[in-house]
Design a protein around this ligand. Structure first.
Ligand code: HEM
Length: 272
């Protein structure tokens, strides 16, 4: 544990000192706009800011923890769903082809150059992909249960008492599978449930679908996460068809603070 904390600290403190140096060399006007750490570094210089390097370490770790395994894990479950539902996989590949508006003679584009076609408009047009990622999060929420600690004695809206120091969990995993909330096909992966008759994504209340939490402390990176996942999924599904390496084996989840696939997801990627 001590060794691992040291590893994390070394990495994060190196990021902070690199940025601090850059800030001194390039000036704050340029960097302030560039990333969140630079903004904190600019704040730190102000009198009485109360920000020190340990505080910055915690901010950076918070973003890494919040933003990395959540998105990566969701993409693993998404590709698992793609293998289990090949017709959905094909439908997304077709949607990507239409959304990127590529000319016939550009179809042989290399994967490294594909990002040029993923414009803001193209990503927004991928409504079915958006629905499939959301449907993945309904069944496999990256944060399957989320603890809250009671700050002071209170009464919940249903009349239950909670006392200072009590721990209460809200649980996106079982909530995503409740027939009471989602209907008789609650256990079925069906992206269409998120689309209206024009094929446009219709969000649910975050209190019914709390994969990103709800209320004032809802995930700060939600839109960013969708964008990242859509770019990754669209690129891979444009070029490849995915199948499970061993289709006789169902994957198992690993109980951690985020919902991971036990042993990772082993896939075959075939050229589309
Ligand atoms: C599929 C992807 C993601 C899921 C499912 C997800 C889910 C969540 C959840 C459930 C929380 C609430 C945690 C709590 O307070 O108990 C949260 C908070 C947060 N998330 Fe995400 N997250 C995702 C991606 C990201 C990304 C990519 C970033 C940043 C780059 C991010 C940044 C944050 C931050 C900063 C908070 C804390 C917000 C606050 O306390 O006010 N998340 N996220």
């Amino acid at each position: 544990m001590k060794k691992n904390i040291q590893l994390l600290d070394d990495f994060v403190y190196a990021v902070i000192s690199r940025k601090t140096k850059q800030l001194a060399e390039q000036g704050q006007d340029f960097l302030e706009k560039e990333d969140i750490l630079s903004r904190f570094l600019v704040e730190k210089e102000k009198p009485y800011s109360g920000i020190d390097n340990k505080y910055l370490r915690d901010i950076i770790l918070n973003f890494m923890i919040a933003g990395r395994d959540t998105t990566a894990g969701t993409l693993s479950w998404f590709f698992y769903m793609m293998c289990k539902h090949p017709h959905v996989q094909d439908k997304i590949a077709r949607e990507v082809q239409t959304a990127i508006k590529m000319q016939e003679d550009e179809r042989k584009v290399k994967i490294d150059d594909f990002g040029d076609y993923l414009t803001e408009e193209a990503i927004n047009d991928m409504q079915y992909l958006h629905a499939a990622l959301t449907e993945t999060l309904r069944l496999y929420p990256a944060v399957p249960l989320d603890p809250k600690y009671c700050f002071s004695d209170d009464t919940l809206p249903d009349g239950s008492d909670v006392n200072k120091g009590d721990q209460v969990f809200y649980q996106p995993y079982p909530m995503g599978r409740m027939k009471y909330l989602w209907g008789d096909d609650a256990e079925i992966f069906r992206p269409e449930r998120w689309l209206n008759s024009d094929g446009i994504f219709v969000p649910e209340s975050p209190f019914k679908f709390p994969a990103f939490q709800a209320g004032p402390r809802i995930c700060l990176g939600k839109e960013f996460a969708y964008r990242q996942m859509k770019i990754m999924a669209a690129t891979l599904l444009y070029f490849f068809v995915f199948q499970l390496w061993d289709s006789s084996r169902d994957v198992k989840s690993r109980a951690m603070s985020t919902l991971q696939i036990e042993g990772g997801l082993h896939l075959c990627a075939l050229h589309r």
